[in-house]
Ligand binder design. Structure first.
Ligand SMILES: [Zn+2]
Length: 270
């Protein structure tokens, strides 16, 4: 295998850009839930542009040079320069994932609009995963635009045919509401949220209705694996424990979208 510079230069550029997007996503993940009134906050966190990034513990603004994605986390060894409080590993994780998936999008689709759109989908899924993980919500402010973008992206049959995308969005929402209804009858409590249905609708809008069943199947496997890992770490889960299904669904969506809409093989190893 001979590596052509063209094969890695553009993924690397996309990755650096992805780091910056990741650092913006961290602001969305931190401030969004309070902005959208999903969680109650005594001290407002501001909007997405102001105030400047500050330490959540001591509320001191973070110096500009410490805002360099990933590098500053490593340099500061994961602690605030002022109060030494530990900075959540979510910050570097979101930045690294945003970079990796931006590079991945370019490797899958080549340089062009499809790669930009795919990267936006991946970034949306990363933000949803982190927000569901931290708050238990999948905000409409992200799921609904993702549904619309998926449909618009497929007007020219880009990732799926437009009828398939339209059916995917409708059936994704409907199917999940049906699963949630069955789940409630079985366990007697509401276990799956409206947000999950909208997320599945978004995946249907991007990848078409044929992607729905595989997505639910892969998500269920990932969810079960998550429950098993939690058990191994000694977390007792009662039958009533609400399951954050969003992260499993988002991960499954990214996998199935990749397999269904591209050759699934990044250009580096093609
Ligand atoms: Zn601090």
């Amino acid at each position: 295998m001979v590596l052509n510079p063209m094969d890695w230069v553009f993924p690397v550029i996309a990755g650096v850009f992805g780091l910056l997007i990741g650092s913006f996503l961290n602001v969305v993940i931190h401030r969004g839930p309070a902005m959208w009134k999903l969680v109650h906050e005594d001290a407002p966190r501001g909007n997405l542009l102001a105030p400047r990034s500050y330490c959540p513990a001591c509320r001191k603004p973070i110096p500009r040079m410490h805002l360099i994605p990933l590098a500053s986390y490593l340099l500061l060894r994961g602690r605030c320069a002022h109060c030494q409080v530990k900075i959540s590993a979510r910050y570097p994780a979101v930045e690294a994932l945003s970079a990796i998936f931006a590079a991945f999008a370019v490797m899958l689709f080549g340089i062009g609009f499809s790669a930009v759109l795919a990267a936006i989908l991946f970034w949306g899924l990363i933000a949803l995963t982190a927000i569901d993980w931290e708050t238990g919500y999948l905000p409409d402010a992200i799921t609904l635009p993702l549904i619309a973008m998926g449909l618009i992206a497929n007007i020219g049959d880009r990732f799926a045919s437009f009828p398939d995308a339209l059916i995917g969005a409708a059936a994704g929402y409907g199917a999940f509401r049906l699963i949630a209804w069955g789940f409630e009858r079985l366990r007697g409590i509401e276990g799956l949220g409206q947000g999950d249905a909208k997320l599945l609708a978004a995946i249907g809008a991007w990848a078409g209705w044929t992607a729905l069943a595989p997505t639910v199947f892969v998500a269920a496997l990932l969810g079960l694996a998550g429950v098993a890992i939690a058990h191994l770490h000694g977390h007792k889960m009662a039958a009533q424990t609400p399951i954050a299904f969003g992260p499993a669904l988002a991960a499954a969506g990214a996998i199935v979208f990749t397999v269904f809409t591209s050759s699934g093989v990044p250009s580096l190893i093609r």
